[in-house]
Design a protein around this ligand. Structure first.
Ligand code: GDP
Length: 732
């Protein structure tokens, strides 16, 4: 194996097999059915990791491990797979910049991102640890509503992207439409670097715009050795189109890149090398999206896609360093990618593997970790010894002894780790900002079919909640019912399914309920006292808090601002516990509180009577007191709904959305159909599938996903508060 060479002195340890320069951590992000699984599969095939090509339709692909994923054909859980790619000698555009890489493999870690709307948190979680992404679009459908969500998430986490317009072989495939969609709907600065030659069943090849060559596939070319295409001169009929695309690409790049702008101004030729380097610079800065096209299914353009991943997507050194904070302070800490820095990594995925047991997938930002080392978890303040490390290569689990900066690997057998935890050296006290997860929007009560299974059920639910931060489960104190909450009915359905398969518990479920939330709209002060003095030893806890509305989506922050020991140090955690308990249980109508900042500011204590319980109660009372004075409001989940219908039903469907308290955002004509976009409260969406069917004689369809939480209007508030009082079962 090649020893590390690039930039060795500064960041690469001499014993690492692949340098940071030659590491790519990428995700393949797509709307469900756009071809993400097929594309991943083909990449694993061409990188030599799997020897038989699996088709999604046969249910034997490598990344789809879970049984019900196979059945449903959707990838629910992300898996990280490692593969290696050597750019081939003699490939078009071989040039000085990349020559050094030729014949030296790149290590490409693919973090599989799920495509279904109910699992957007999984997408968010994987985005956090990616350096770049391939956005796969369907060449027929173009930009679909969920592609927009995935795109927005990639933007939020500042993930550079290249776009792959897939399914060019399918009837109705239209590259220009997909490109225009990207520009109009995603506002992407997107320019083709590969143009299709032919489409549908006559999709024969692509024009390499940068090098002005044609890449053409033959038949029967399924081999994982060598290239599966031929490089030819561009056919006369395509010459103009190719030249125009190049001129357009150069102009687009020169608008944003000084070096190319200079060449253009001086009327000097822009060489393919210069152009590629500039495309790479801009892509890494998220200022340009190079667009490719192909057919993963027909194995066309998969190899050039992997080349583009290596050529244009950033390695860990090409993006800004990760940032974290020193726990308990606001001090920012940056983590430079280097083997010679302290060890720092993020646990981004918990996975129960049928063979290896509990795996914790983690991304190393800096430093190195060896088998036998001890890692430190700043959240729990606990140390654990690393007894086994593993990487997933295709369907194989491979033990490794040593991981480096930029790597993605799995820890085996660790106990106290949850998704989002930072794992680092003990003398490097840092918390990498955990990913933010959307709040669950729906909840339901569950009980085991057989009473004896109750313990098994709650244990199973706890395990699943550890793996998936958008899934929550807890016991309702008043009714003792088990409640589960998640991102949609399908999400909860899958949880119930997993409970049955993995934990062998059959469950009965109640009707789904809306997960309302509470928050406040102004600052207020609150006081809580828990004082009992009835002879003997009493109770004494007393705390004062300030509450502030927090920015939307920021969640709950509880800060200790006590100075001078007004409450002794050992009782502060008890006050925090009390505050957090009150926040969970809700104050206004019994729903969880979000987006609030709480400061514990003052209090008093008693030498003899003070204890933890008394301070916890004081915390609860103080929070409740402040909350009630801070203009509390109730929030409801709002869904983004897209309805596609033949024109004639538009009026009826619009009327129906209005009756559901919906707001119409846009009406658009698309391929002979009308597309209605609306924001509608989830509470009004129950039964929508039936309604839309009857209003359109079964011809309209819709999709929806959680968008935000908004204040419940007064017109419906009273009814919700009433039913909250009478039906406390499924509140969250
Ligand atoms: P995912 O949901 O994004 O993972 O998509 P899949 O990879 O499961 O693909 C969805 C469906 O589209 C499957 O039936 C695939 O066989 C099919 N498919 C994927 N890529 C292509 C392609 O390039 N051309 C054609 N014709 N079908 C494709």
């Amino acid at each position: 194996m090649e020893a590390a060479v690039d930039n060795q002195k500064t960041v690469n340890a001499p014993d690492r097999p692949y340098t940071l320069e030659r590491t790519r951590n990428i995700g393949i992000a797509a709307h469900i059915d756009a071809g993400k699984t097929t594309t991943t599969e083909r990449i694993l095939f061409y990188t030599g990791l799997i020897h038989k090509i699996g088709d999604v339709d046969d249910g034997n692909t490598v990344t789809d491990w879970m049984e019900q994923e196979r059945e449903r054909g959707i990838t629910i859980t992300s898996a990280a797979v490692t593969c290696f790619w050597t750019q081939k000698q003699g490939k078009p555009g071989e040039d000085a910049i990349y020559k050094a890489f030729n014949n030296i493999p790149h290590r490409v870690n693919i973090i599989d991102t799920p495509g279904h709307v109910d699992f957007t948190a999984e997408v968010e979680r994987s985005m956090r640890v990616l350096d770049g992404a391939v956005a796969v679009f369907c060449g027929v459908a173009g930009v679909q509503p969920q592609s927009e969500t995935v795109w927005r998430q990639a933007t939020k986490y500042k993930v550079p992207r290249i776009a792959f317009v897939n399914k060019m072989d399918r009837t109705g495939a239209n590259f220009d439409n997909a490109l225009n969609d990207m520009r109009n709907k995603l506002k992407a600065y997107a320019f083709p670097i590969f143009l299709p030659i032919g489409a549908e069943e006559r999709f024969e090849g692509v024009i390499d715009v940068v090098n002005q060559k044609a890449i053409v596939w033959g038949a029967g070319d399924i081999t994982n050795e060598g290239l599966n295409y031929e490089v030819k001169e561009i056919a006369p009929a395509d010459k103009d189109r190719a030249a125009m695309a190049l001129a357009e690409l150069i102009e687009a790049v020169s608008n944003k890149d000084d070096r190319i702008a200079e060449l253009v101004l001086e009327e000097k030729p822009v060489t393919p090398q210069e152009l590629k380097a500039a495309i790479r610079r801009l892509t890494c800065k998220i200022e340009l999206v190079p667009v490719l096209c192909g057919s993963a299914f027909k194995k066309k353009a998969v190899q050039v896609l992997i080349d583009a991943v290596v050529d244009y997507l950033p390695g860990p050194l090409d993006i800004p360093p990760a940032e974290g904070i020193e726990p308990g302070t606001d001090n920012k800490v940056t983590v430079e990618a280097s083997d010679f820095n302290k060890f720092c990594s993020l646990a981004f995925k918990l996975w129960t593997d049928p063979y290896a047991g509990k795996l914790v997938f983690f991304r190393v930002y800096s430093g190195q970790l060896k088998k036998g080392d001890t890692i430190y978890n700043p959240r729990t303040r606990k140390r654990e010894r690393v007894s086994r490390l593993m990487v997933i290569q295709g369907s194989e689990r491979k033990d490794v002894d040593h991981v480096h900066a930029g790597d993605i690997a799995a820890l085996v057998g660790l106990r106290n780790i949850t998704t989002g935890d930072t794992l680092c050296d003990e003398d490097f006290d840092i918390t990498l900002e955990p990913p933010t997860f959307p709040e669950p929007v729906i909840s339901m009560a569950v009980e085991p079919k057989t009473k004896a299974d109750r313990d098994k059920m709650s244990e199973g639910l706890q395990r699943l909640a550890e793996e998936d931060p958008t899934f929550r489960c807890f016991t309702n104190e008043e009714t003792s019912q088990l409640i589960i909450a998640g991102m949609g009915e399908l999400h909860l359905e899958i949880i119930i399914d997993r409970l049955k398969r993995e934990f062998k518990v059959d469950a009965n479920t109640g009707a789904p309920q809306i997960a309302y939330r509470e928050t406040i709209t102004k600052q207020a002060d609150g006081e809580g006292k828990f004082i009992r003095q009835s002879g003997g030893r009493g109770q004494y806890g007393h705390a004062l808090v300030k509450v502030y509305p927090n920015e939307k989506g920021k969640g709950v922050e509880v800060l200790n601002k006590i100075v001078g020991g007004a409450i002794p140090k050992e009782y502060i955690p008890a006050v925090v516990d009390g505050v957090e308990e009150a926040i969970k249980g809700g104050v206004y109508a019994g729903y969880q509180v979000i987006d609030i900042k709480v400061e514990i500011v003052d209090g008093t204590f008693h030498e003899v009577d003070s204890n933890e319980l008394a301070f916890k109660m004081a915390g609860i009372f103080a929070l409740k007191d402040a909350f009630k004075k801070a203009n509390p409001i109730l929030l409801e989940p709002i869904m983004k709904v897209e309805v596609t219908t033949p024109d004639e039903y538009q009026g009826d469907l619009l009327g129906d959305i209005n009756r559901r308290r919906g707001t119409i955002i846009g009406i658009e004509a698309k391929s002979g159909q009308t597309v209605l976009n609306a924001h509608v409260p989830l509470a009004e969406m129950f039964g929508y599938a039936t309604a839309i069917r009857s209003l359109s004689k079964g011809r309209a369809s819709y999709s929806m996903e959680p968008l935000t939480f908004e204040q419940v209007p007064n017109s419906v508030l009273a009814a919700i508060l009433d039913s909250a009082k009478s039906k406390p079962a499924a509140r969250t």
